[in-house]
Design a protein around this ligand. Sequence first.
Ligand code: NAD
Ligand code: UD1
Length: 348
Amino acid sequence: MANKGKILVTGGTGYIGSHTAVELFNAGYEPVIIDNLSNSNIGVLDGIKAITGTLPTYENIDCKDYISLGHFMERHSDIKAIIHFAASKSVGESVEQPLVYYRNNIVSLINLLQLMPKFNINNIVFSSSCTVYGQPDVLPVTENSPIKPATSPYGSTKQMSETILRDASAADKNLNVVLLRYFNPIGAHPSAEIGELPNGIPNNLLPYLTQTVAGIRKTLKVFGNDYSTPDGSCIRDYINVVDLAKAHVCAIDRILEKKNKKNLEVFNLGTGKGVSVLEIINTFEKATGMKVPYEIAPRRTGDIEQVWADASHANKELGWKAEATLEETLLSAWKWQQKLQEREPKAE
Ligand code: NAD
Ligand code: UD1
């Protein structure tokens, strides 16, 4: 396949970055990865190679390090666009260590934006989050729904990053920005060669659920069954990580083919369907034939009741649509958990 050009993927050994590197290869791009391995490991590169047949170019670079980042760009003078995944992403940790979060997530972004014009890189796709909407008044949320005050330093960094990118794109009309607001990414590559590698005890639902089924955790706690939802548990929009990765390729195609209508565009990336925690458990059991040991627990502080995306803007403008069924996605998450068990069969 013809090489459509080099795409710098920051945080490319991470969960979403690694799946995106695979889809970039599949689409004929050449992903070049930088990552400081603060939340991933080098073995992910072998997973990418097992799927695509190509070991991606990789360097261990910290995006907070302006000098090293500049030297990297100097060595790769033909980068067409950047997809910026590298960030710290744990909501709870961000409350305990806010300065670490502001420094990592904000300094990294500013470094990239200051270096881009020096190396004639005009295009950047940024990982934002549905967290910017808080608990929306109207569902589903569109890109024009109000941005609510952030409920954590992590959420603040996403809002601030969006503002920084908005201001930078207003000041420099040559700069093309795509803000992608992810809903809840779950699942793994169907090959089970790459997936999510949660550090320590997972906070997110899916890794906790699969670890419970694998016997690593005793019981999954369902945080609240007294919400104003049909079955009382919280509702989210769970998006398959491979579908999510493909949306990045659509965003890159759009800016490189100059099909963007403004030099800053925003897209919700979700399925458009809300699913409750109890529905996730039931569907997982149906898809895998495994029992999920769970109990109802008190609400988790800071949780919002329900949120799901209106993804029609991405459907229409990016020509992208979430395709995987929830069953397929949950099965992929379980296959990945089993693969991890084969590698490290430790139980707590
Ligand atoms: P991840 O932690 O798996 O990947 C992030 C990668 O960035 C890791 O490999 C980490 O080592 C690397 N990294 C962090 N700081 C770095 C730095 N200063 N320099 C170089 N590398 C650095 O997380 P993910 O789930 O793949 O998330 C990717 C992006 O998407 C993040 O910006 C995250 O905030 C955003 N996001 C994630 C979710 C989610 O649920 N996973 C939801 C919304 C938005
Ligand atoms: C959280 C973050 C969000 C971030 C996302 C990805 C908050 C308030 N939001 O989203 O900013 O972008 O993670 O990292 O922290 N649940 C259980 N039991 C569990 C774990 C989760 O019942 O053991 C429920 C939660 O109550 C929630 C749903 O599962 O209703 C999804 O939770 P989670 O995976 O943590 O994601 P969010 O809270 O939606």
